[in-house]
Design a protein around this ligand. Sequence first.
Ligand code: ADP
Length: 253
Amino acid sequence: MPTTLTRTAAAAEAVELTKVYGSGETRVVALDRVSVTFRPGEFTAIMGPSGSGKSTLMHCLAGLDTATSGSARIGDTELVGLNDRALTRLRRDRLGFVFQAFNLLPTLTAAENITLPMDIAGRKVDQEWLDRVVATVGLAGRLHHRPAQLSGGQQQRVACARALAGRPAIVFADEPTGNLDSRAGAEILAFLQNSVRELGQTVVMVTHDPVAASYADRVVFLADGRIVDELSLPTPDTVLDRMRRFDGAGRTS
Ligand code: ADP
């Protein structure tokens, strides 16, 4: 990992980030000059109605999609203008991902799935860190099982451990509990929270679930491609309350 003596305060940052899909009749402004900062060691939830730009924001910040204008940074690295190869390397070396689908390789054990991205990258595994991640995730007894031998919740824990194994600058989680029952979902959310509180990681999670969002330190609300509000120390009730107000008032501009 490079030494970053002049590290900025942000783990990730968007400044006036704009994403336009299509042109003419089919033109859609998915992100409309979005500016937001994700600080290191913070767990942020991104919420908003369907089509409000949540996935687009995450994808542009994670180098999975390219913005039309503005700036998207991971630490000190500007993503806008990077070529595909550089983006692939950035994702591989500095980011962790947890998706709704667990995306594990069925022929590999849990342990092999967890270290696969590092093995592919030829990076040495920091065993002490990995042991902490596995202990935090609560997978110690399941490391030699294959995905088919694990419950959905356990598979998602493997995916979380895989996302954290390389000690990324930031973990992006896209509806990580979408395929889980509420108990397994609560375990994953508690784990993501612990990875921030105990391991000092940085997590940004897209969710539509107020209970899931309440595990975060902060909720950012999107509507029509713009950030319309923020909430610190959310509870399910305060999140629901905000969501109802947006439903009633529409865009606040
Ligand atoms: P959310 O994640 O909040 O549901 P999205 O970021 O997926 O919202 O989408 C924001 C807007 O951009 C929507 O109007 C959506 O239809 C549009 N959009 C998303 N991806 C594409 C695409 N690949 N091509 C065209 N329009 C898109």
